[in-house]
Ligand binder design. Structure first.
Ligand code: NAD
Ligand code: IPM
Ligand code: MN
Length: 352
C-alpha cells in the first residue's frame, strides 16, 4: 500500500470550488485502486485567514507543510480585500521559495472536445519549464523618490545556479519527449540578464548534443504560441516570461481554466506543490461554474510525480472523453456546473 499525506490549501475564490472537486476525484481513484491511500489535511490559509489573523498563514505554517508528501493549492487572491502582493508573497510565493520549488512545469496541448480559438488548431503538445524562484520576481529594489520625481526600481535577479537548473531540467525533459528545447529570451532589449540567459543556454546545450534547440525573443515566441504552437516541444523561460506564456498556453487550448501546473522541489528536501495556472477568478466566484479541469489535470500531475503514470494517463483520458461528450462548464461553451463536471468524471472513473 502506497500512502501519501497531502496538505490541501483551497485558498481564495474559485480555489474553494475546484479543490474539493479534485479531492473527490482523488478519493474516487483511491477507492478503485486499492493500493493507494491519500490522507488529506485541509488548511484555511487565504485572504479570509489574513483578515482574521493579520497574516496569510501561521508562523509555523511552512514547518507544518514540510512534513507532507505533497501540497495541493487552489488559488490565492482577493484583491478587493487584501492587496495581491501582500497575499501572494505571504503564501504562494513564500511556499514556492522556502520549499525550494525551483521549477514550475506547465503543459498545454490540443485537448479533445474543446473549441480552440486557433484558426488552424492542429495537434500541439508542449510544456513550459518556468524558472520558479528568482528572475523578475525579486524583492530587490525600492522607491527612491516620491512626489513629482517619483522613481521606483525593480531589479531582476538571475543566478547561474537557478538559470542552469531550469535549463537542465528542460533538456532532461526533452530527452523523454520529442528532443527539442526552445529558449525564451529578450537579449535584444534587456541588456544584462538576457544576454546572460543566452550564455547559460549555450553552455547547457553543449552537454546535450542530441537535443535540437532554438532561441526566440519572448514577443515573437508569444505570437508563435498562437500562430504555430505545433513547432514547440519543451520551452524554457524565466519566471515572468513563463508566467505569461502559460496563460497563453491555456487560452490556445480553449480556456485558462483547464491549464495545469506543478511546482517541483528538485532536491527532495521538501514537498512539491500542485496548483493550476489560473487564479481565484473573483468575477465568477460563487456561481458554481468554475472549470475544475485545471485542478483535476494538476492532480494528474501529482499522480505522475508519485510515479503513478498509467493512472494519471487514464485520468486525463477520462477527463478528455467527458469533455468531448459535452460535460463542459460555460468557459468552454457548456452549461454544466463545476460539481456536475467533477461528478461525471468520477462516474466514468468508476466504470473503468
Ligand atoms: P484569473 O486566472 O483568476 O482569471 C482570469 C480570467 O479567467 C477570469 O475571467 C476568470 O473568470 C477566468 N478563469 C480563470 N480560471 C477559470 C476557471 N477555472 N474556470 C473558468 N474561468 C476561469 O486571473 P486574474 O483575474 O488576473 O486574477 C484574479 C486573482 O487571482 C488575483 O488576486 C490574482 O493575483 C490571483 N491569481 C492567483 C494565482 C494563484 O494563486 N495560483 C494565479 C493567478 C492569479
Ligand atoms: C501564477 C500566478 C502567480 C505568478 C501570481 C499570482 C503571483 O500568476 O501562478 O501563474 O505570477 O506566479
Ligand atoms: Mn500566472
Amino acid at each position: 500500500m502506497k500512502k501519501f499525506e497531502i496538505a490541501a490549501i483551497p485558498g481564495d475564490g474559485i480555489g474553494k470550488e475546484v479543490v474539493p472537486v479534485s479531492l473527490h476525484v482523488l478519493n474516487t481513484i483511491e477507492e478503485l485502486h486499492g493500493g493507494l491511500k491519500f490522507d488529506f489535511k485541509e488548511f484555511p490559509w487565504s485572504c479570509d485567514y489574513y483578515l482574521e489573523h493579520g497574516k496569510m498563514m501561521p508562523e509555523d505554517g511552512l514547518e507544518t507543510l514540510k512534513s507532507f508528501d505533497a501540497i495541493i493549492l487552489g488559488a490565492i487572491g482577493n484583491p478587493e480585500l487584501v492587496p495581491d502582493h501582500v497575499s501572494l508573497w505571504g503564501l504562494l510565493i513564500k511556499i514556492r521559495r522556502e520549499l525550494e520549488q525551483s521549477i514550475n512545469i506547465r503543459p498545454a496541448k490540443f485537448f479533445k472536445g474543446l473549441q480552440s480559438p486557433l484558426v488552424n488548431p492542429k495537434d500541439f503538445d508542449l510544456i513550459v519549464v518556468r524558472e520558479n524562484s528568482e528572475g523578475e520576481y525579486s524583492e530587490v529594489g525600492g522607491r527612491i523618490h516620491r512626489g513629482e520625481d517619483e522613481v521606483v526600481i525593480q531589479n531582476a535577479v538571475f543566478t547561474r545556479k537557478g538559470t542552469e537548473r531550469a535549463m537542465r531540467y528542460a533538456f532532461e525533459l526533452a530527452k523523454k519527449r520529442r528532443g527539442h528545447v526552445a529558449s525564451a529570451t529578450k537579449s535584444n532589449g534587456i541588456i544584462h540578464s538576457m544576454p546572460f540567459w543566452d550564455e547559460v543556454f549555450n553552455d547547457v546545450r553543449a552537454d546535450y548534443p542530441d537535443i535540437q534547440t532554438a532561441s526566440y525573443h519572448i514577443d515573437a515566441l508569444a505570437a508563435f504560441f498562437v500562430s504555430r504552437p505545433q513547432i514547440f516541444d519543451v520551452i524554457v523561460a524565466s519566471n515572468l516570461f513563463g508566467d505569461i506564456l502559460t496563460d497563453v498556453g491555456g487560452a490556445i487550448m480553449g480556456s485558462i481554466g483547464i491549464a495545469p501546473a506543478a511546482n517541483i522541489n528538485l532536491n527532495g528536501k521538501y514537498p512539491s506543490m500542485f496548483e493550476p495556472v489560473h487564479g481565484s477568478a473573483p468575477d465568477i466566484f460563487g456561481k458554481g461554474i468554475a472549470n475544475p479541469i485545471g485542478q483535476i489535470w494538476t492532480a494528474k500531475m501529482m499522480l505522475d510525480h508519485f510515479g503513478e503514470i498509467e493512472l494519471g494517463r487514464k485520468l486525463l483520458d477520462v477527463v478528455e472523453d467527458a469533455t468531448n461528450d459535452g460535460f463542459k462548464t460555460p468557459d468552454i461553451g457548456g452549461k454544466a456546473s463545476t460539481i456536475e463536471v467533477g461528478d461525471e468524471i468520477c462516474r466514468r472513473l468508476k466504470r473503468l
